[in-house]
Design a protein around this ligand. Structure first.
Ligand SMILES: Nc1ncnc2c1ncn2[C@@H]1O[C@H](COP(=O)(O)OP(=O)(O)O)[C@@H](O)[C@H]1O
Ligand SMILES: [Mg+2]
Length: 348
């Protein structure tokens, strides 16, 4: 069924696996490469802002470019930062130190660490990729990099095209990025990508063509390649479970059942009331539902308590938030509402 897998970090159906080549993004990669190109002539590069909805290949296209640069030259340092994992200036600086193999970070302040980084990076050129930038809590590092790293190209990736508009002037005027949208893949492209992954991940001829087509169709509809990777894996596991040597339409259909839970694709698609409540919960994780309701009203929300509660239930059902009920205590039962730190399928 599944082809032999080399090692844990190299599993073809994992979202982080980088197949070669990255198809259908040649044009986008070319535009990003053009921003980096001056670095090869020891000039400073240009900056680029990449946006597009989740699961359309932004991360993979940029990581692939960085890998190519790494293969090609020692004079350009590729630095990839996931700003979800490292969401503050301090964490980003630590991450850069770790990428540069600098171990003596204990008890050092941000400024001190950055001085070390600057000194070493300024011997070469640097490509920075700041992925998932909308998850950042502060942008001081960006200002530091813009001001103090001499030869650089900065790639900023987010799911939201409006993010850049919210930047403050001192950053915007220094960044002046080109803007590049990654559009969703069409059906043929989706099918091509999944086919390539299928060839990596499965033995030859295990997929019935109608099973594969069903998954490709669903994936194109969802406009998120991760849906397809997830479905292919599930269908494979279901077939294995049934000791079938083939993955049939029925297995694909059963796999599809599993994504019903993910009916809401991403927070952007929530109604504005829900989005506002979700933001409130994220910013006030761990508060009691009553307190949240007060905050909601203070922020101009005008649902009555009962409807508010219903929205909370819905957000919980879709795994955006976690609701914990505790019995007893001085005030009787309490309901605590927390942000869901665990990522959803569509947010990897
Ligand atoms: N052109 C492509 N070729 C191969 N795999 C792709 C391609 N585009 C996306 N993928 C796969 O789809 C998944 C989502 O892509 P990703 O780059 O993480 O999307 P984004 O960063 O836009 O959310 C990843 O597992 C990635 O490997
Ligand atoms: Mg990404």
């Amino acid at each position: 069924m599944f082809a032999a897998i080399r090692n844990q970090s190299d599993v073809p159906l994992d979202f982080s696996f980088i197949p070669k080549p990255i198809r259908y993004r040649e044009k986008e990669q070319g535009l990003i490469a053009a921003c980096i190109k001056p670095l090869f002539q020891e000039k400073t590069g240009r900056h680029i802002f990449v946006h597009g909805q989740p699961g359309v290949g932004k991360t993979i296209a940029c990581r692939h470019l960085l890998a190519e640069i790494e293969d090609e030259t020692d004079e350009i340092v590729p630095i990839y930062i996931n700003c979800w994992k490292s969401n503050t200036t301090y964490k980003i600086i630590l991450e850069i130190c770790s990428l540069m193999d600098f171990k003596f970070v204990q008890n050092k302040k941000t400024e001190e660490l950055f001085r070390w980084i600057r000194q070493n990076l300024n011997k070469k050129s640097v490509v920075f990729v700041f992925d998932e930038a909308d998850k950042l809590e502060d942008l001081d590092f960006l200002y530091m990099v813009l001001e103090e790293i001499a030869r650089k190209a900065i790639v900023i990736i987010t799911n939201y095209k409006d993010w850049i508009a919210g930047l403050d002037e001192r950053i915007k005027s220094r960044l002046m990025p080109e803007i590049l949208e990654f559009r969703p893949y069409n059906y043929d492209e989706t099918k091509g990508i999944l086919k390539q992954r299928m060839e990596y991940a499965f033995h030859d001829n295990v997929w019935d063509s109608d099973a594969f087509e069903l998954i490709a169709k669903k994936t194109a509809e969802m406009q998120d390649i991760r849906t397809g990777l997830y479905l292919m894996k599930q269908a494979g596991l279901i077939a294995e479970d049934k000791s079938s040597r083939k993955i049939t339409l029925e297995h694909a259909q059963l796999a599809l059942e599993k994504i019903k839970d993910f009916s809401i694709k991403n927070p952007e698609e929530l109604a504005s009331d829900e989005q506002m409540i979700l933001d409130l919960v994220k910013n006030n994780s761990g508060k009691m539902i009553g307190e949240l309701f007060k905050l909601y009203q203070a922020n101009g929300g005008n649902l009555v308590y009962k409807s508010f509660q219903r929205k909370i239930d819905k957000l919980q059902k879709n795994k955006f938030i976690i609701v914990e009920k505790t019995a007893g205590g001085g005030e009787g039962n309490t309901t605590i509402v927390k942000a869901n730190a665990e990522r959803k399928l569509t947010e990897f």
